[in-house]
Write a protein of this length. Structure first.
Length: 325
């Protein structure tokens, strides 16, 4: 059995709009190993959620379209499966915690019945009573008493709703969990509780996880590997130690440089100059060239490939690739 659970190869996703074609994801390459937590980091609009929805085959069509590439899960290309086969995969093999807990639950169904629905869809051999018992156990597992089975989403706080969503995602013990900024709408204390719960459940079930976030502290606490996304591309990829100890791409350096330092007396936060390019009119060269202090004519004319520098540490930058040879 291969150690690689998910292997994304040259994935390209676009959205056709009245303003033009949005190139949301461009030749994305990622691997997730069994039991590994991969952190996907980048600013808003970098393509993180598009990548997650692409894995789940939930890109709305129209306007979205998966143009090319492969998403290999346990030897099968998910892009070649029928919709019926993909529905059987979702929830049972691959689950997703969506970004906003406030809009991810059905307001007219009890939270228990929403968990029950997932279990019965994937385990039709269970009787309703057995499935209902399992749904109650899932509520208990995420820290909600089974006595609240018949409550509706509006009766829960934001943090409790997120726990219900996690219960739904983990109800069938999937091998891969995609968490799309699971703590964005929550206050700091609840964030810590939810992340601690996800960590515990992941360790208990040896679940692999793609954790999408813009919080580098969350990545440091929870991830084994890190991928940095910018303008629909993966610009740096490696283990947590490699990326945090030896930042290679100028964008990665800029991200870490914008974190406040408690020991310095700066009155303003450091920022990366400029803006991310318009995804409907991406430059032909490096997508970060306009904001980079190392820019050369080669950067403006050619787009660098994501190349391995050392022991799996990869970077998409001509300057860094030349320096480390």
């Amino acid at each position: 059995m291969s150690d690689i659970l998910l292997d994304i190869k040259n994935l390209n996703i676009i959205y056709s709009t009245t303003d033009g074609v949005v190139r949301a994801l461009n030749d994305a390459n990622l691997q997730i190993r069994r039991g590994e937590v991969l952190g996907l980091v980048g600013e808003t609009g970098a393509g993180k959620t598009t990548l997650a929805r692409g894995i789940m085959r939930l890109i709305p069509h129209p306007p979205g379209e998966i143009v090319s590439g492969e998403i290999i899960y346990e030897g099968k290309d998910l892009l070649k499966l029928s919709e019926k086969e993909m529905r059987q995969m979702r929830g049972r093999q691959i689950s997703m915690i969506f970004q906003d807990p406030m809009t991810s639950l059905n307001p007219v169904m009890t939270v228990g019945d929403q968990i029950l629905e997932v279990i019965r869809n994937h385990h039709p051999e269970l009787s309703k009573q057995e499935a209902k018992k399992q749904a109650g156990e899932m509520l208990e597992l995420v820290g909600i008493t089974a006595g609240r089975y018949d409550d509706y989403p509006h009766q829960f706080s934001g943090g409790m709703k997120q726990r219900v969503i996690i219960a739904i995602a983990l109800a069938c013990n999937p091998q891969l969990l995609i968490a799309d900024e699971p703590t964005t709408a929550l206050d700091v204390t609840i964030q810590a509780q939810v992340l601690e719960m996800i960590r515990g459940l992941k360790q208990k079930n040896n679940t692999s996880m793609l954790l999408i976030t813009h919080d580098l502290g969350v990545v440091a606490q929870n991830c084994d590997s890190v991928a940095i996304a910018y303008a629909g591309e993966i610009v740096e990829y490696g283990t947590l130690r490699q990326v945090y100890k030896n930042m290679l791409h100028p964008y990665t350096v800029g991200l870490f440089g914008s974190i406040p330092d408690l020991e310095s007396d700066n009155r303003r936060l450091a920022a990366i100059d400029g803006m991310m390019p318009d995804p409907t009119a991406l430059p032909k060269g490096c997508k970060f060239a306009d904001r980079c202090k190392y820019v050369t004519q080669q950067c403006l004319d050619e787009n660098p490939e994501l190349l391995e520098i050392e022991d799996g540490h990869k970077v998409r930058c001509f300057q860094r690739q030349t320096e480390t040879r």
